[in-house]
Design a protein around this ligand. Structure first.
Ligand SMILES: NC(=O)c1ccc[n+]([C@@H]2O[C@H](COP(=O)([O-])OP(=O)(O)OC[C@H]3O[C@@H](n4cnc5c(N)ncnc54)[C@H](O)[C@@H]3O)[C@@H](O)[C@H]2O)c1
Length: 376
């Protein structure tokens, strides 16, 4: 039977809303049954109904949705929170406490304390709180993780990752509402570009290496001077197992479209993946030739196979990576076997890394412990 799904944020014209709607509904697991989709209550109600939500479940805001859903026999099984960052904590906490499973957009919270609170609340409520680190669900990212875990590149020495684009590079775009909140501390938090994109790269580094970030040293810059928060950051980091990490993230790198890539270098080989060519992994064994591994070909890991839907050489795109998160959420909610889900604890680790990077950048790049106090 299909599960009922509700969405908060992700209204018409939003960046991430469509990927959630395609992702949640791609495999027939979820029906969009309720929503509070927009900061403007009327726009949200109208748009939800256009998407097929019944009028009495097309809510004007999330509090109305919480009250409306909590008493229903057919209440939503899962709520996705896809609003701007500053609202994530309050909404996620309220829905978890009311017994709903939640998929929260990144960054999960604004502070480390809030992140720890969400981990505690989810545990006490016995509910899933997943965080949408959707890039980790691309089939060939799972392939890299499986190869590292199987020792195919030996002990990891070095992880290098970039998530740099140029879509906020036009200073004249400063008043665009979709851009402005990302550099406003009241809406975005203590970090701009690093919390927006850099944390995807940092999460992926740990995910593929099978390790966690231990400490960071950061250089932040607001290259458009009117921005309070950084639009470019360079972060050095160390994983707990000792591997060296390098990360560059930028929103003013004009000409880079979706420049997210990851390279992992081990003692006996290296791996390379890029989000603009997500179907391929480049694998070079030490002393050997570079092989291009293709999604869908024989001999890949079970995870890469399980999370692929379209035939070899057909693009497996971003919404289907998001769909992979929903596949595992549906299985978890139903009590069935499922793969690795990015959870509140990952959201908490990211938040600790964000604050550690901010502290480091303020201290001229000093090394700062990036582990949340709860997990030290
Ligand atoms: N996982 C990813 O790859 C990814 C990609 C993009 C954005 N995001 C995250 O998703 C979130 C939203 O980003 P976006 O780029 O879609 O932003 P956006 O500005 O494009 O859209 C935000 C949407 O939320 C609505 N909204 C704002 N406040 C609301 C409220 N209180 N209640 C209901 N709706 C509200 C707006 O009306 C709009 O429809 C952010 O936290 C962002 O970091 C994640």
């Amino acid at each position: 039977m299909k599960l009922n799904w509700g969405m908060i944020g992700g209204g018409e014209g939003s960046q991430i809303g469509p990927a959630h709607r395609m992702g949640a509904q791609a495999d027939g697991n979820f029906t969009l049954a309720a929503g509070a989709l927009d900061a403007d209550p009327d726009k949200g109600r109208v748009y939800a109904q256009r998407l097929g939500v019944a009028p009495d479940r097309a809510y004007g805001d999330w509090r109305e949705m919480l009250e409306g859903e909590r008493g229903r026999a057919d209440r939503v099984d899962l709520v996705t929170v896809a609003t701007p960052n500053a609202t994530h904590f309050e909404i996620t906490k309220a829905f978890l406490e009311a017994g709903f499973h939640v998929l929260c957009e990144k960054p999960m919270t604004m502070s480390v304390e809030e992140g720890e609170e969400i981990v505690r609340v989810a545990e006490a409520a016995g509910r899933i709180c997943a965080v949408n680190y959707c890039y980790s669900a691309y089939p060939m990212v799972r392939e890299m993780r499986a190869m590292v875990a199987a020792g195919q590149i030996g002990k990891v020495r070095l992880v290098v990752t970039n998530f740099s684009h140029g879509h906020h590079g036009d200073a004249g775009d400063a008043d665009n509402p979709r851009v402005r909140w990302r550099y406003d501390p009241a809406m975005a938090g203590v970090s701009g570009q690093f919390a927006d994109c850099g944390i995807h790269a940092l999460h992926m580094a740990g995910f593929v290496a099978g390790d966690e970030v231990e400490r960071v040293a950061a250089d932040f810059a607001s290259t458009i001077p009117s921005r309070v928060l950084e639009d470019d950051a360079m972060v050095n980091f160390r994983l707990q197992g000792g591997a060296v990490g390098r990360l560059w993230t930028s929103s003013v790198a004009i000409g880079r479209q979706h420049g997210f890539d990851l390279q992992v270098f081990g003692e006996t080989g290296g791996l390379r993946w890029a989000s603009e060519q997500p179907n391929q992994v480049y694998f070079t064994p030490v002393g050997g030739r570079t092989q291009i591994m293709e999604k869908g070909e024989a001999g890949l890991s079970d995870e890469a196979g399980r999370l692929s839907r379209v035939p070899i050489a057909h693009p497996e795109g971003f919404p289907l990576a998001v769909a992979n998160i929903y596949v595992d959420l549906a299985a978890t909610i139903r009590g069935e076997a499922h793969g690795t889900l990015p959870l509140a604890v990952d959201g908490l680790r990211s938040m600790a890394a964000v604050h550690a990077c901010v502290a480091s950048a303020k201290a001229d790049g000093a090394w700062v412990d990036a582990r949340p106090p709860m997990l030290r």
